[in-house]
Design a protein around this ligand. Structure first.
Ligand code: SAH
Length: 223
């Protein structure tokens, strides 16, 4: 149920144009992303509005980029890949994202789920994301400055949970906040990291191990 997108963001150059975004979507398709609605959203969300203007010309390269506070905006491929995985959950009401960062992944999720809850531990990033999303007119999000490893208990259960920073082991509390039919997608590991998915069924959980990935660490407490 992707909503009609209208972000109304100025282009700084041809490097931030709709054509450049369309080419990114084509590269994602070539990399194996198959969901057409998702490719459409990747071609619409103005990633250059999520990075510093000095990096805008690189916004549609398929790479992660710095966003300050030693953090990064994830690579478009991994954003699309993790989104594709959570879209396989049986519901589209509520999704929880842990690690808002600049709010790019949040915005992609907001096109598919009725409400996105997102938690960020760095206060400066949480504030900037709140302002940015308001400016872009992304309204179906609830942002919180806090440690996401305990999840968001009073908004649970979630149809999907996505962690965008890597922990050595999965914070257990999160599994309990997943609805039946829900999917939890997360990177795990320290030096060597791997993407994993847990699907909650009526009688238990099924874990699938996916590809090698590279994320910033999931850290305790707030900053
Ligand atoms: N989703 C972002 C990715 C940001 S990088 C995107 O769209 O690009 C991961 C983010 O997780 C960082 O901003 C980092 O500060 C945050 N983070 C790390 N540990 C966390 C924790 N315990 N709780 C909430 N956020 C955390």
């Amino acid at each position: 149920m992707a909503v009609r997108l209208n972000f109304n963001v100025p282009e700084h150059s041809g490097m931030t144009s709709a054509r450049t975004r369309a080419r990114l979507a084509e590269r994602l398709r070539a990399s194996g992303i198959a969901d057409e609605a998702l490719l459409g959203v990747m071609a619409e969300v103005p990633r250059h509005a999520f990075v510093d203007q000095a990096l805008a010309h690189r916004a549609y390269d398929d790479v992660s980029l710095p966003i300050g506070y030693s953090q990064t905006i994830s690579q478009p491929y991994i954003v699309a890949r993790m989104t594709e995985l959570v879209l396989g959950a049986s519901g589209r009401q509520k999704v929880l994202e842990i690690g808002t960062g600049c709010g790019y992944q949040t915005t992609v999720l907001a096109q598919f789920f009725h409400t996105v809850h997102s938690i960020e531990r760095v206060g400066g990033l949480a504030r900037a994301a709140r302002e940015r999303l308001a400016g872009l007119g992304v309204r179906n999000v609830r942002l919180r400055h806090g440690d996401g490893s305990q999840g968001w208990a009073n908004a649970a259960p979630f149809d999907a949970i996505m962690i965008t920073a890597a922990a050595p082991i999965l914070p257990e509390a999160l599994i309990g906040q997943l609805a039946v039919g829900g999917r939890l997608v997360f990177p795990v590991g320290v030096a060597e990291q791997e993407l994993r998915m847990i699907e909650r069924t009526a009688d238990g959980c099924l874990e699938t191990r996916l590809e090698k990935v590279r994320f910033v660490p999931l850290l305790p407490g707030v900053a």
